[in-house]
Design a protein around this ligand. Structure first.
Ligand code: NAI
Ligand SMILES: O=C(O)C1=N[C@H](C(=O)O)C[C@H](O)C1
Length: 250
């Protein structure tokens, strides 16, 4: 099926980039671009088969629900899809068989790989912490990518039977040790000039491993958005993470 794509959040930083990427792709058509004041009904009126959601955490769930209820496949980059939201979406998708939704915390291939490498490394090191660094216009912290990375690292640590990380801190200022996601401390930096960056630090006796990914430009996310659009209709149900559409080996 040749995707007929509606971009939600089309005037935002990511949405504008996605509009250009879809327009430049020879195998799909851009049929609607929506801002925050536009009615979702216009997506149906435009004959869309796919939506791309790049909006805000406060609206993404309602947008995706609308898409699924109207039989439209959805590729979602917006943050805020915690476990309870994903659970509600899976219940909805069970009633709309044939509809596919991809929620991708990060569309950049390098970031997806870095997260997979971090999940593997987490089995082998006593200590692990995440530093995510973004532009200061970002509305949420920690980043969706860091939350997903911490979730996978926590799972790996638990499967490997790792004990709590060593940390003798007894006193100090609130927040000094970051936000704890699963069992991984996450530190969020917001700095003018940055786009999207993440470092995962692993420590063991006498050694350190650092896994770092940098998106210097939002162009880095577009191959993943297009891959999602080309694949989602053939994968009914919910896929969480672009890795679901990639063959990352073991
Ligand atoms: N998965 C990924 O690879 C990436 C995800 N993101 C995430 O995507 C989201 C958007 O990021 P940015 O583009 O930087 O933000 P942004 O603030 O530049 O754009 C969001 C846009 O959505 C619009 N909007 C809000 N509610 C809407 C609605 N109901 N319908 C249509 N439009 C609506 C806003 O007016 C704004 O123009 C964030 O959650 C961000 O974390 C950002 C970069 C990469
Ligand atoms: O807001 C951003 O810019 C980004 N958001 C996503 C996140 O929260 O992980 C993906 C990427 O880091 C850029």
């Amino acid at each position: 099926m040749r995707p007929r794509v509606a971009v939600l959040g089309a005037t935002g930083r990511m949405g504008a980039e996605a509009v250009a990427a879809v327009e430049a792709a020879a195998d799909m058509d851009l049929v609607a671009r929506l801002g925050s004041k536009d009615s979702l009904e216009s997506v149906v009126d435009a004959g869309a088969t796919h939506v791309v959601d790049l909006t805000v955490p406060g609206s993404t769930e309602a947008n995706v629900r609308f898409a699924v209820e109207h039989g439209l496949h959805a590729v979602v980059g917006t943050t805020g899809w915690d476990e309870s939201r994903r659970g509600r979406l899976e219940d909805l998708l069970a009633r709309h068989t044939g509809v596919g939704v991809l929620i991708a915390p990060n569309f950049a291939l390098g970031s997806v790989l870095a997260t997979a490498f971090a999940a593997t490394a987490a089995r082998y090191f006593e200590s692990a912490e995440i530093i995510e660094l973004h532009h200061p216009d970002k509305a949420d912290a920690p980043s969706g990518t860091a939350a997903r990375t911490a979730e996978l690292m926590t799972r790996s640590r638990s499967e490997a039977g790792r004990e709590a990380m060593p940390d003798a801190t007894e006193s100090g200022l609130d927040g000094a040790r970051g936000a704890i996601v699963g069992d991984v401390p996450v530190h969020s930096v917001r700095l003018r000039g940055l786009v999207a960056h993440q470092e995962v630090l692993f420590g063991g006796p006498g050694e350190q491993l650092t896994i770092r990914h940098d998106s210097f430009d939002r162009a880095s996310f577009m191959p993943g958005v297009l891959l999602g659009l080309r694949t989602v209709a053939s994968r009914p149900g919910l896929a969480y993470g672009l890795d679901a559409y990639l063959d990352l080996g073991a």
